[in-house]
Design a protein around this ligand. Structure first.
Ligand code: G4P
Length: 294
């Protein structure tokens, strides 16, 4: 990874991050539980791990969104991994709404002790309040809008758009608190920046696209070699570097620049576009620690 990337990772909107986290902390006392939306393709990178500190002691729900774009086998492993932390887990495709109808039931299951407590105090009718958090592009607004069955969340939670907190009434039993501000992912790990760029969650112009694509080739070779064979029509050499693999793909596609040199830049752009466009199929880029695989 280039030095440029390292520099960006350190200076990544620190002001926004602090503000969003402070607002989450301030509002935590108002909610009964926390629902974290993450990207099923990159469940580590699409989390802000500070949530664990900010939401300490609150019942937790994790929504593995974009499940339609992730490898179903890997999503099963991730479900087991998060359940092991004592969290309730849902798998959704917020775009079509698949899995979203299980949200209300999951909230009640996660908050069963809270519900029992409210009932004991004679407040059984009190709506449950859930804070929804997620880094940009995980599908948080789409998810909230599907749960609410209306355009309740402001989509495009983008830098520069400041807004206050937003309560969204789902029905008489449930209120959602859409987190104010932008919760950034944690870029301290090089891998995090790379997989966020691969999925398009951050712009890849902050990285060297050829290096990103070459590293992606290695990921494909190690986890989904059939994708390389089927899409790029060659059998990946287990010893080859990512750049060699990118060259092999460029050769197969006949991408040359004048002088007969391989146009790896073009191949890199095409590879990334094809992945983001879903042409390589349902791929997961991060896997849970191996203990849960057994
Ligand atoms: P955010 O609030 O977390 O920032 O994300 P947002 O809901 O704005 O979603 C970002 C994009 O991701 C949207 O696409 C949305 O449709 C898409 N998306 C959200 N959830 C899912 C999912 O589970 N599966 C898939 N395949 N896509 C999902 P867009 O291109 O910005 O808009 P549009 O083409 O849907 O209009």
């Amino acid at each position: 990874m280039s030095n440029g990337y390292e520099k960006i990772s350190i200076q990544w909107f620190p002001g926004h991050m602090t503000k969003a986290e402070r607002m989450i902390e301030e509002n935590m006392k108002l909610v009964d539980g926390v629902c974290e939306i993450i990207d099923a393709r990159i469940p580590f990178a699409s989390r802000n791990p500070d949530i664990d500190r900010l939401a300490a002691g609150k019942p937790r729900l994790v929504v593995l969104n974009r499940a339609d774009q992730a490898d179903p086998e890997a999503t099963k492993l991730w479900q087991a991994y998060f359940k092991k932390q004592g969290w309730y887990v849902l798998e959704t495709d917020a775009k079509t709404g698949k899995g979203v109808n299980r949200f209300a039931g999951a909230v009640r299951a996660a908050l069963k002790d809270k519900i029992a407590y409210y009932e004991e105090k004679g407040q059984g009718n009190r709506p449950l309040r859930i804070m929804v958090v997620g880094i940009p592009n995980v599908g948080k607004s789409t998810f909230i809008n599907k749960v609410a069955k209306r355009k309740a969340a402001i989509a495009g939670d983008k830098p520069g758009v400041t807004r206050g907190k937003q309560w969204i009434k789902i029905d008489n039993t449930l209120d959602l608190l859409d987190t104010p501000g932008i919760l950034w992912p944690k870029f301290d790990d090089e891998n995090v920046g790379q997989v966020l760029a691969l999925t398009g969650a951050v712009k890849d112009d902050i990285l060297d696209r050829e290096t990103l694509a070459a590293n992606f080739m290695v990921r494909l070779r190690d986890h989904y070699p059939m994708v390389i064979e089927q899409r790029y029509k060659f059998k990946p050499d287990p010893e080859a570097s990512g750049y060699d693999l990118l060259c092999a793909a460029a050769r197969k596609r006949g991408f040359l620049i004048s002088g007969g040199e391989l146009d790896t830049e073009r191949m890199a752009a095409i590879l990334l576009d094809e992945y983001r466009g879903g042409k390589l199929g349902r791929l997961t880029l991060e896997y849970p620690p191996v203990e849960v695989n057994v």
